[in-house]
Design a protein around this ligand. Structure first.
Ligand code: FMN
Length: 456
């Protein structure tokens, strides 16, 4: 493998995917975890500052507008992810105690309102001085529709159709004011130019939104658009609108196929491959020696209660009573991915088939990071794997998913970041002031700008 095969000066992008107590399903029980992390602002402040010390591009939190719930009462009582902050509110607080790091907040196109969402993210972009990003999700959880007066969770096809329209409306609202609309000239008394204010007047299949937005165009023009679905519809949405895509693969070949597939779809939307960063998840279990890393992994796995482990498998065997299964035998059968369930099911069921896992091994694998790529090893071994994916058309960077927080993020920043820097793969200082500048993404031109400005 030669360094920089694709582009000589290409640098890795790094995001810290923060799951309050850590990504491992039993993380909250670990001595290195902050058990009340989901509602502990000091914990998040420390994490964001650690990620910034490690020169990460961004921190990210996942979200769903309802309670995470899997398994029976026994299992439910043992899960550590039930209580946590709303992402935009959280990041607005952290913007005040950081300078460089970007903030990716998840918000649902199925359950949110586009006007309110556009306003919230524009505010976050102003508050953070250009460090906001929106993780556009259609919401995969089946149990939240009741919170919004709906009889059922809408079908994936319908959710994605609405998502395309929703993103377009939100971008249109962000362009309500032209960049130079506000003169705020105290001498003349003219505050702004009404000719530079545009009313969207959107009437579409799913949404009817008049506009304009009641906040001016933000530092980045638009907050960065992130997408995290990998189905056919998900890839189309990413190719059409996203500037970064979060994804979950466990082998180089699968990640390469996804990378070229999604980038290959962009031309038909008039976009170039470098306008979308593909960021697979990696959950690194780091030891100064291989034995130490393996011991850390074993310590975490020993904390999983079987009822919690089995609950992670439930969505892939719908309607099955898993509590009757022998934990140390292979699953009695491996179904085809159920219709309507997301692309994650393909990854998990394929893994069960390929690796011939027992029930316990399968849930132990998923327990690490829900089917994302877990790498247990030394900083050199972890950097080797990241470099391999980065230089062989599988990734533009990674969403780092620390198994235990704060301990595993500290390990990554202290041990893996210097190794990546030593290899010339990662920055040694932030390049810009905004998240877009650090990610190497263009500032979008307003849809109302003069044609020559658009072409520039
Ligand atoms: C790294 C990553 C993070 C995600 N975060 C969220 C999230 O916060 N909320 C959510 O509802 N879905 C989340 N998803 C799920 C996707 O957005 C998507 O809804 C799901 O994968 C189903 O769509 P698909 O069938 O197109 O993959 C995430 C997926 C990935 C890979």
């Amino acid at each position: 493998m030669t360094q920089g095969q694709l582009q000589p000066k290409r640098k890795l992008r790094l995001g810290a995917f923060i799951m309050a107590t850590g990504h491992h399903i039993a993380a909250w029980r670990h001595p290195g975890a902050q058990a009340d992390a989901g509602v502990n602002i000091q914990h998040y402040i420390a994490l964001a500052q650690t990620a910034e010390r490690g020169l990460f591009d961004q921190v990210f939190v996942a979200d769903s507008p309802g309670i995470w719930h899997k398994g029976d009462k026994e299992s439910f009582s043992r899960q550590g992810r039930l209580s946590h902050f709303e992402p935009v509110t959280l990041w607005a607080a952290l913007a005040a105690v950081t300078k460089h790091i970007g903030f990716v907040a998840t918000a649902s196109t199925t359950y949110e309102d586009p006007y309110l969402l556009a306003r919230k993210f524009a505010s976050l972009d102003h508050i953070s001085q250009g460090r906001a990003a929106w993780n556009v999700v259609t919401t995969s959880a089946e149990n939240v529709h009741g919170n919004f007066g709906l009889e059922a969770h809408p079908d994936p096809a319908l959710r994605y159709e609405r998502a395309h329209e929703f993103v377009d409306v939100v971008k249109g609202l962000w362009d309500s004011f032209e960049d130079d609309a506000f003169s705020r000239d105290k001498a003349s008394g003219v505050y702004f130019d009404p000719d530079k204010l545009h009313t969207l007047n959107h009437i579409g299949k799913h949404l009817k939104v008049k506009g304009p937005l009641n906040i001016e165009r933000s530092v980045q023009g638009h907050p960065v658009i992130v997408q995290a679905g990998s189905s056919e519809d998900g890839k189309e949405l990413a190719a059409a609108t996203a500037e970064a895509i979060f994804t979950a693969w466990t082998s180089l070949a699968e990640a390469q196929a996804f990378y070229s597939d999604v980038k290959g779809r962009m031309a038909k939307f008039g976009r170039r491959p470098e306008q979308l960063l593909v960021l697979p998840g990696i959950s690194p279990v780091i030891g100064r020696t291989e034995a130490e890393a393996q011991a850390k992994w074993a310590e975490l796995q020993a904390l999983i209660h079987p009822s919690v482990g089995l609950a992670t498998l439930e969505p892939f065997w719908p309607g099955e009573d898993l509590s009757q299964w022998d934990l140390d035998a292979r699953p009695p059968y491996i179904p085809e991915p159920p219709k309507g369930i997301n692309s994650r099911a393909h990854v998990v069921l394929e893994l069960a088939r390929r690796e011939k896992y027992t029930v316990r091994q399968l849930y132990e694998y998923l327990a690490g990071a829900r089917g994302h790529w877990v790498v247990v090893g030394t900083p050199v071994q972890i950097a080797d794997r990241m470099q391999e994916w980065f230089e062989n058309g599988a990734a533009d960077g990674f969403n780092v998913m620390p198994p235990v927080l704060p301990a595993s993020l500290d390990d990554f920043v202290e041990l893996v970041v210097p190794e990546l820097q030593k290899r010339g793969l990662f920055r040694t200082a932030y390049e810009g002031n905004t998240l877009r500048e650090n990610l190497g993404l263009e500032r979008p031109v307003s849809r109302y700008a003069e044609p020559q400005a658009k072409a520039a």
